[in-house]
Ligand binder design. Structure first.
Ligand code: 5RP
Length: 252
């Protein structure tokens, strides 16, 4: 697939934000402006530090339209965000078809494959990406890469049922060739990170060559017994927006 990279220069000038935060805001605002249509009624809201700018823009633009809309979260954080922003909260079991889902990413390659799950939400994020007629990624300039695994070195996030984590780790080490795969621990190693679904997260780094074929990596990991979901999303996004340091936005 031929991806065109277009650069827009955004009119947003908020001097109170750092360059990094501003780049997230630029990406999010531009994506909302281009993909949230007045007729959209069901909107998926992803997780991470870029997504609050998506909600910020939706609130700014659509007080009236938002009364008719329902917003579906990918986890606890986005649920709080939706409620605190005064938007209508819904669930994917009530609305299994979503008009547009906007979400962050840890890395996006030139084919719009991405790594997600830095915040341990990738299972619900993948459900909302799949449920959406249009799935859009928003990210800062650090996430825009040629091949996955270039800047995001912590590896592929994998959600596993707690009972199976040691066996999955062993299989990742010995069968799939990720000797550094490890259980994600909470701050100060207080215990394993537990997802919104009550599961553990493993981070599995793979070498650059393997990461050039993200679909195969994803499929091989998903076959391991005990794996619930893999934070590699292949060919799901329609477009990705990256805010740049110079105030422009790259669209792939
Ligand atoms: C959470 C995610 C996030 O979308 C991803 O980690 C990007 O986060 P940020 O916008 O903070 O860079 O996948 O599971």
């Amino acid at each position: 697939r031929g991806i065109q990279t277009t650069k827009l220069v955004s009119p947003i000038k908020d001097q109170n934000l750092t360059v990094l935060e501003r780049s997230k805001q630029l990406a999010a605002w531009t994506a909302v402006d281009q993909h949230v249509k007045p007729e959209h009624r069901v909107i998926g809201i992803g997780s991470g530090s870029t997504v609050p700018y998506v909600v910020e823009r939706i609130v700014q633009l659509g007080a009236e339209a938002n009364e008719e809309r329902v917003f579906i979260p990918t986890g606890f954080q986005s649920k709080q965000l939706i409620v605190e922003s005064g938007l209508n909260l819904g669930d994917v079991d009530q609305f299994p078809t979503i008009d547009v889902t906007l979400d962050g990413a840890d890395e996006v390659d030139r084919e719009l494959n991405c790594i997600k799950g830095g915040g341990a939400c990738h299972l619900r994020e993948k459900v909302l990406a799949e449920a959406a007629n249009t799935f859009i990624l928003v990210a800062d300039y650090r996430k825009n890469v040629e091949h996955l695994g270039t800047t995001f070195k912590q590896g592929v996030p994998i959600e596993v049922v707690p009972f199976a984590y040691a066996k999955v780790l062993q299989n990742l080490h010995h069968i799939l060739g990720s000797p550094e795969a490890s259980l994600r621990m909470a701050v100060k190693k207080a215990g394993p990170v537990v997802s919104d679904n009550g599961n553990f997260i493993i981070d599995a780094p793979f070498d650059q060559e393997k990461m050039k074929d993200p679909f195969t990596i994803m499929a091989q990991i998903k076959m391991l017994t005990g794996v619930v979901e893999v934070g590699v999303f292949c060919h799901m996004a329609k477009a990705a927006y990256f805010g740049n340091q110079d105030g422009s936005v790259t669209i792939k």
